[in-house]
Ligand binder design. Structure first.
Ligand code: 8YV
Length: 328
């Protein structure tokens, strides 16, 4: 009998067909209040699942007694309770590397858009306010040769450092739990304690995975350490920021502006104060949202799922050291 797979995010039909060559496949276009009961019922007999943007706790997976592997179409895996999966012996795979450049490009887009007030001044024209050559009222900030502070120096942060240093002559400073000699050699990046980074940086950009220890890592005290001319850029996870403190810092001039791809709660509520703030540029969690990158992520996630359900060790297991022994 074929093993059963649940797909819980819209994926290209050709890739569903690939899964159907091997497994019984049940597809959901996301998990909603309307389809949640059917989704939970399908999970109860599933051997594998693949998707993204759904948070899974023990309660959701306790009934999935046959589950062998979860394949997330994302590099981040904070949607899963890792100790629970480890206890259950359920493998978790993710999609590292393939989205690194797309996310790094978006970070640079947010740096440029916030610095030169692109969205605000686009609106200025559309509102018919452009009556004469603009002066200081439309001035932005130069990006070139300014200081970019990266919190976390993983793959995506290194890709951002490459763009910022070689493309815009920016000085790179960073804080990570380890030194990264390669970025220091290639981009002249300087490691320093986060308190110093916050005081020196013109741009502060966390590029960290979300884990409980990173919850609201950026709050009132951190924003207060930043320069009033500084800009906060977040394309990692919204929950690394105390969003209420960020809003207050933006409203009272503690910091100049913010460029945000992620939020504490997504989608962002229409009632959020961020919606009406001219010094905030926002996009709806689009770091990896290009056709090429998302297709590549889905293909990678499908390959991992097939490998895992066919008895092989999937190439992109989350933190293999944590999963030793889960699969020979
Ligand atoms: C989304 C991301 O998960 O990869 C991640 O961790 O945050 C994003 O790529 C992705 O857009 C969902 O498919």
């Amino acid at each position: 009998m074929k093993k059963r797979v649940v797909v819980y995010k819209r994926v290209p039909p050709l890739l569903v067909a690939r899964l159907q060559q091997h497994f019984e496949v049940t597809c959901f276009d996301g998990v909603t209040p309307e389809n949640r009961a059917a989704f939970q019922a399908a999970l109860r007999t599933a051997h594998g699942m693949i998707g993204a943007s759904v948070k899974f706790d023990a309660k959701m997976l306790d009934g999935a007694e046959n589950l062998e592997i979860a394949s997330t179409i994302s590099v981040g895996y904070d949607a899963f309770d890792i100790p629970y999966l480890l206890k259950r012996g359920i493998m978790l795979t993710h999609t590292p590397d393939i989205l690194t450049d797309s996310v790094a490009d978006l970070v640079m887009a947010l740096i440029l858009a916030t610095s030169r007030r692109i969205v605000e001044l686009d609106g200025f024209i559309r509102a018919g306010k452009w009556k004469q050559s603009v002066e200081e009222e439309a001035f932005g900030l130069d990006v070139h040769h300014r200081t970019l502070g990266l919190i976390g120096m993983g793959r995506i942060a290194a890709a951002v450092a490459k763009r910022a240093h070689h493309g815009f002559g920016m000085k790179i400073i960073y804080d990570d739990h380890k030194r990264v000699p390669a970025v220091e050699a290639e981009f002249g990046a300087v490691s320093m304690p986060v308190a110093e980074l916050l005081a020196q940086a013109d741009y502060v950009c966390p590029l960290l995975p979300y884990r409980p220890e990173n919850d609201k890592l950026f709050g009132k005290a951190e924003f207060a350490r930043m320069k009033p001319s500084a800009i906060f850029i977040n394309a990692s996870r919204g929950k690394v920021v105390d969003e209420a403190a960020l809003i207050a810092a933006l409203e009272d001039g503690t910091i100049r502006a913010a460029g945000l791809d992620v939020f504490e709660v997504e989608p962002l509520a229409a009632t959020s104060p961020l919606i009406g703030m001219a010094n905030v540029v926002m996009v709806p969690h689009i770091g990896s949202a290009t056709a090429q990158t998302r297709d590549g992520m889905v293909e990678m996630a499908v390959d991992d799922l097939i490998a895992g359900l066919q008895g092989a060790k999937p190439p992109h297991l989350v933190d293999p050291a944590m999963w030793q022994g889960a699969r020979a």
